[in-house]
Ligand binder design. Structure first.
Ligand SMILES: [Fe+2]
Ligand SMILES: [Fe+2]
Length: 139
């Protein structure tokens, strides 16, 4: 039986996955300008990856008898490309520390399935963080 704290952490994770799904998708749609051309495709594919994370975490939470939130964390679109990517990089850092916490917590509760799920997602978030860091270096 998962603890209330673990279920709450999973809902925190869902809220931020929903946030970045919309955030990256809207940044992809709204960004205009030649310099952002390569970035647009990147934002689109990362948005889709985040949506899959939200779905996988919600499925796990429902299995553990929790109720997945429908409310995203505050969404930031940004006025300039640099502003967008700086925020996105920070949001990936937030994900990384939250997911490390969830992995530890689920291990403590002998929930190896949740730990395994978040290890896989963590790997994606580290890649996203690396992508945004790389993009920022060129700005
Ligand atoms: Fe994600
Ligand atoms: Fe991510």
């Amino acid at each position: 039986m998962a603890s209330k704290e673990l279920l709450e952490l999973l809902n925190k994770a869902i809220a931020r996955e929903l946030q970045v799904t919309i955030q990256y998708m809207w940044q992809h749609v709204l960004w205009k300008g030649v310099e952002g051309f390569a970035v647009k495709d990147e934002l689109k594919s990362i948005a889709i990856a985040e949506m899959k994370h939200a779905e996988a975490i919600a499925e796990r939470l429902a299995y553990l008898d929790g109720t997945p939130t429908v409310k995203p964390d505050p969404i930031f679109v940004g006025g300039s490309l640099k502003e967008m990517i700086e925020k996105d990089k920070k949001d990936e850092e937030t994900a990384i520390s939250l997911y490390e916490k969830i992995i530890k917590k689920s291990q403590n509760e002998d929930d190896s399935t949740t730990a395994r799920l978040f290890r896989k997602i963590l790997q994606d978030e580290e890649e996203h963080h690396d992508t945004f860091s790389g993009l920022l270096e060129g700005m």
